[in-house]
Design a protein around this ligand. Sequence first.
Ligand code: IPM
Ligand code: MG
Length: 379
Amino acid sequence: MSSKTLKIAALAGDGIGPEVMRAAIQVLRAIEKKHALAFALTEAPVGWAGIDASGQALPDATLALCRASDAILFGSVGLPDRDPTLPKEQRPERAALLRLRKEFALFANLRPVQLPKALSHACPLRPERQGDGIDLLVVRELTGGMYFGQPKRTEEVVEPGAPGTEPRRFQRAIDTMVYTTPEIERIAHVAFRSAGLRRKKLTSIDKANVLENGILWRETVTRVGKSYPDVALDHMFVDNAAMQLLLRPTQFDVVLCENMFGDILSDEAAALAGSLGMLPSASLGATQDGVTFGLYEPAGGTAPDIAGKDLANPIAQILSAALMLRHSFGLEDAARSIEAAVGKAIADGLRTGDIFNPGEPAAKKVGTRVMADAITAAV
Ligand code: IPM
Ligand code: MG
């Protein structure tokens, strides 16, 4: 694949999106030279940037660009101050991000969480709980469950009051958690295959003691597991998993979750890796003819409080670009070059504010640009 020009749609979005995207593009340009690749990177507005440019969180032209591209490199969308001014269906999270996930059937979200030894100081856990470093992969189902299940609405309810009194009026919000066996099977296959390439351990998360969905999830994952005899499968209730992540994170290799549980546990896991600013993610569709279309984005948000101040950690965006090279383009060496360059910047003591701890000897607090330049130079 590397001989042809790889078309990348770069959608920076809002908040810190543009500055961390700039950093990722800079690193990709260095990779292009080093590995003799050709990237055709096209930037397009999304989120509030899209609304301000052409009235839609996902402008038609941006969607068309995505369709014509080999992969999407995504920043982040949504501004909590402005979001409530729009009807909820038009807000950036739903109208851009969730729409893209659904539009391209990106059902498999991979979130690798790594706490290198060098970042031990940034981890909220005591060193003895960190073992030799934390290294796990959250595989999150991304197009089902409560995020998309129908019915999904807020309705007005009128209940007759006691005789002679006014009726009671209130609102009721409904979200629906729904999964089918094919949806569970396809994400389970992704998780088992991922575990097979790692330490061969899969922990499947559910709430089978309460939810119908949990029971179906557990049965289906167990059945799929019969095809992967070399992977050790265990099951854990989601509440226990939230606790185990804090008590003994090193017990996990691959963690498989439905959409909402994965959203929550991946943020928790990211905190173990020092910061949400370190967590990249790949959202993948089905592989067709050896090609996997994907959207690659940091797991963190727009962080409007620090936007435009050269404070944001660009590493999650840069590592998301590495995941793009690996999963959509099959460029393992180039992906590793990026990961090694990030590793070097960290080993050299460079720290953005989110991973800086004044107690750490030889750590240097730097901004987005200096971090991006150091990583680019290390490529
Ligand atoms: C994530 C984010 C999104 C999600 C939001 C921005 C809609 O939190 O990617 O984890 O909930 O999936
Ligand atoms: Mg989230």
